[in-house]
Design a binder for this molecule. Structure first.
Ligand code: HEC
Length: 108
């Protein structure tokens, strides 16, 4: 009986807040660092933390993307692939990288 209770307690610990990044988000963090997003933005754990663009720390709490699209992962990935019409230059990336970076921005 005791063993069963201990196992149940372990299951809960895995979904604690501040858990490490999921797989997609971890890939997205690496991609964001490689693509140089930090040159213009502050993002958790990525250097430099540029100030040309807005800070992206805790981005999941923001209502909109660049003030025009509602902040959902699919809209975020689409914006990352094509930010034309905004003050951000489009950074070339694959659809998979955009999905992963969107996951990272919403989890960091
Ligand atoms: C040359 C500078 C520059 C680079 C490099 C850059 N951005 Fe941006 N980014 C901007 C600017 C400027 C804006 C503001 C756009 C606007 O609101 O019109 C912006 C806006 C954004 C937004 C929306 C922010 C908000 O407050 O709604 C996101 C998300 C974003 N960038 C992600 C990225 C990611 C991810 C990368 C790397 C792939 C990246 N940016 C690279 C300059 C840059």
């Amino acid at each position: 009986m005791t063993a069963v209770l201990l196992l149940a307690a372990c299951d809960k610990a895995e979904i604690a807040p501040n858990a490490t990044l999921g797989e997609a988000a971890a890939r997205g963090k690496a991609a964001a660092a490689r693509l140089g997003c930090g040159a213009c933005h502050a993002m958790s754990g990525i250097w430099p933390q540029g100030k040309t663009g807005p800070s992206l720390v805790r981005f999941a709490e923001r209502g909109t993307i660049a003030g025009r699209y509602s902040n959902r992962p699919d809209n975020l990935a689409a914006f990352l692939r094509d930010s034309s019409g905004t003050a951000m230059p489009t950074v070339p990336m694959t659809a998979a990288q955009a999905d992963d970076i969107a996951a990272f921005l919403h989890e960091q």
